[in-house]
Write a protein that binds this ligand. Structure first.
Ligand code: MSP
Length: 541
């Protein structure tokens, strides 16, 4: 059985999850669910990045003084948010957990043994917002462009350094064309230029007395490990590195690290270089031929703004995703986030667009199709799925006929490929329109088929033909429930229910076995239809 190990960044707990963090997590969830439909052995991890000054500053701002209590409360809040949004995580890692500390120590020692850690003095700027050392060339008007309101710290302290530059050539090889280590391609160019022209060794520790939080450097109590060096290792410790070798060997390397575009230097340069270094002295991290086992891909998506503005604590415009659930239900939020912007590009979150998509795409297109197909079948065929084979009666000639079977085959292949390539936005676009317009079988074509064939009129003169039309539409709804499940698990369950199927039974099949035309049985009783996406109440929006 293929395994599929997928991660999100581990988030700082200096605030609650916003719509931005939700974007990454929901996208990862959709991909994890897709791979589960293919019956792969999926492992999906998210978590919290706790050894950070940012967290401590946020704690102090609340008037609290015990980091352990603060971190535990916030981690619980993040975990609960993902539960509330039905995110199907297999594990949630906190970097304050003993299992993480054990792995970090092992990793540090391996890198040290390779000879890639040396003592030095860091003199320069540090942005607590990014938790990153900054060169003057990184600044815009003397400020960090990502955190222009934060004062930069000026540091001069003894630190341990990592020989990042030693790995320049190996990294450049990793980004070569044909190797999809960094996706999308535009990000690959960006990172290649950075590594080729700007790479320098990096400080990987801080003076304990100046940061007040962090994992102690093995063998030197006066220093703590730089938070990014420790945080990246979560991808290993979450699956047993340093604590459960069997599990680790089964799941590593990661199949996909999903991240936002602002943290690609860490994920696409520092992280593989760290692994290349540690692998030289840790057999768990290398292939039989001696090369490092590296993650297969880092996919960097774009950023959401809110009504055109950067999401920021100081602007106070962060939206708690849970606040939207009572109005829209979480499937609509998931759909909107993943559909609204091409995956990889930036985009804007707006309530108006969310409402428009809810009404046009979900209520009017998907919801109506299901409702009409079920209501007509119940009315004309005794509350049951009609039998398409009672007659070979010719279907009415319609312009641009919607050919259910071939069209859906093509659609499922295209949608599968889109999910496979992390293009959830494409998958949704295809489902709503059709794989190939001539024989398209997307939702729009299915609705058009009803308009073109007018079963409600045809039923008097040719009920058998109407039976075939409605069977095709109900069977298509079964396919849509499958295709949409990764993004909209609740709606998918409802669709199955409304066409007389049991979700659990249906999903026990494998994607390619289930997506075969004609599996919906004629005669299946259809329950009373209920709106899949009820109209939005103006007051609530
Ligand atoms: N703790 C680090 C990550 C360590 S991973 C080893 C960190 N945390 S964070 O809390 O700042 O989260 C950043 C991530 O949250 C982004 O990379 C992205 O995945 C997500 N997003 C946060 N705001 C976002 C938007 N406005 N838009 C899209 N994604 C955003 O960095």
């Amino acid at each position: 059985m293929n395994k599929f190990y997928i991660t999100t960044p581990i988030y700082y707990v200096n605030g609650k999850p916003s719509i931005g963090h939700t974007y990454t997590t929901v996208a990862a969830d959709a991909l994890a669910r897709f791979h589960r439909l293919k019956k792969e052995d999926v492992y999906f991890v998210t978590g919290t990045d706790e050894n950070s000054q940012k967290n401590i500053q946020a704690m102090e701002a609340t008037g609290e003084s015990d980091p352990e209590v603060y971190l535990a409360r916030m981690a619980a809040e993040w975990k609960q948010t993902w539960r509330d949004l039905d995110i199907s995580i297999d594990d949630f890692i906190r970097t304050s957990e003993p299992r993480h500390l054990a792995g970090v120590e092992r990793f540090w020692n391996a890198v040290k043994e390779t000879g890639d850690i040396y003592e030095g003095e860091y003199e320069g700027l540090y942005c607590v917002g990014c938790e990153a050392f900054k060169a003057t060339s990184d600044l815009v008007e003397d400020r960090c462009p990502l955190h222009p309101n934060k004062e930069l710290e000026t540091l001069k302290e003894k630190n341990y350094f990592f020989r990042l530059t030693k790995y320049r050539e190996e990294l450049l090889k990793l980004y070569e064309a044909g190797n999809d280590f960094v996706m999308p391609e535009s990000r690959r160019h960006e990172i290649r230029n950075y590594v080729a022209d700007h790479l320098s060794d990096i400080s990987i520790s801080r003076e304990k007395k100046s940061v007040g939080i962090g994992i102690p450097v093995p063998g030197d109590d006066s220093q703590v490990i730089y938070v990014w060096f420790d945080a990246l290792i979560n991808y290993l410790t979450a699956i047993g590195y340093g604590t459960d070798e069997t599990k680790f060997e089964h799941l590593w390397p990661a199949d996909l690290h999903l991240v936002g575009k602002e943290i690609i230097k860490f994920h696409c340069a520092l992280w593989p270089a760290m692994l290349m270094s540690a692998a030289k002295n840790d057999p768990l991290l290398r292939e039989e031929n001696g090369s490092a086992k590296l993650p297969k891909q880092v996919f960097a998506h774009g950023f959401f703004t809110i009504d055109g503005q950067k999401i920021s604590k100081s602007l106070g415009n962060a939206i708690d995703p849970r606040a939207l659930v009572p109005t829209y239900g979480f499937d609509a939020i998931r759909y909107y986030l993943l559909r609204e912007i091409p995956f990889g590009e930036d985009g804007d979150f707006s309530h108006t667009r969310l409402q428009e998509r809810y009404t046009a795409d979900l209520a009017n297109t998907l919801g109506n199709l299901l409702n009409r197909a079920v209501a007509m079948s119940r009315k004309y065929f005794d509350g049951k799925v009609p039998d398409p084979f009672v007659t070979q009666a010719a279907l009415p000639e319609v312009s641009g006929e919607w050919s259910g079977k071939e069209g859906l085959d093509a659609l499922a292949v295209a949608v599968g490929k889109a999910y496979e390539h992390t293009r959830v936005d494409h998958a949704l676009e295809l489902i709503w329109s059709g794989a190939d317009r001539a024989h398209g079988a997307g939702l729009s074509q299915a609705n058009k088929y009803i308009e073109d064939t007018q079963p409600f009129k045809l039923v008097k003169e040719n009920p058998e033909a109407v039976g075939r039309i409605l069977y095709a539409l109900l069977e298509a709804c079964r396919w849509y429930a499958w295709l949409l499940h990764p993004v909209m698990p609740q709606a998918s369950k409802q669709i199955f229910f409304q066409i007389g199927l049991n979700e659990e039974k249906e999903l026990s099949e494998r994607w390619d076995e289930a997506l075969v035309w004609g599996k919906l049985k004629a005669g299946t009783p259809l329950p009373e239809p209920r709106p899949l996406f009820p109209r939005l109440n103006e007051e609530s929006t």
